[in-house]
Write a protein that binds this ligand. Structure first.
Ligand SMILES: [Zn+2]
Length: 140
């Protein structure tokens, strides 16, 4: 697999994105006031302005809504990973939610709009010892 190298930059955790990047699940926000599902995680709710959320686990399945191919390694750590597809995935459980991720190791000629995909998680340990679980995608 053409997984990204371990020293590739990790996302900075916030109270809003922590569940997404550490749970190993597709944990999206559900507004406590109006029940709207929202991703990417942020405050407030885009539907009603509510500021309280619970996390809702969605099935790790979706369809490629759009994609692009990274040919250029913006960081030396990516030299062995390019080319790879960056996919925008519409989730089966909530098609209006679209999740950006990578499809490392998937031949780019196999990636197309409408491709059914499934999520898996790559573990990374941050310098402070926090274990991050980064969702990635591959053909279902
Ligand atoms: Zn709301």
């Amino acid at each position: 697999m053409g997984d990204l190298p371990a020293d590739w930059a990790l996302p900075a955790l916030t109270p809003f994105n922590e569940a997404w990047f550490t749970s190993g699940r597709l944990a999206v926000q559900r507004c406590a006031a109006c029940a709207t599902l929202q991703h990417p995680p942020e405050e407030p709710c885009h539907q009603c302005g509510g500021m309280e959320f619970t996390n809702e686990e969605l099935a790790p399945r979706g369809t490629v809504h759009s994609y692009t191919v990274a040919h250029y390694a913006v960081n030396r750590a990516l030299h062995d990973a390019v080319p790879y597809a960056v996919v925008l995935v519409s989730l089966d459980d909530a098609p209006h939610l679209r999740v950006v991720g990578n499809a490392p190791g998937v031949p780019i000629e196999e990636v197309r709009i409408g491709l059914p995909v499934t999520a898996y998680w790559e573990e990374r340990v941050a310098e402070d010892g926090t274990v991050l679980r980064l969702p990635q995608w591959r053909p279902a």
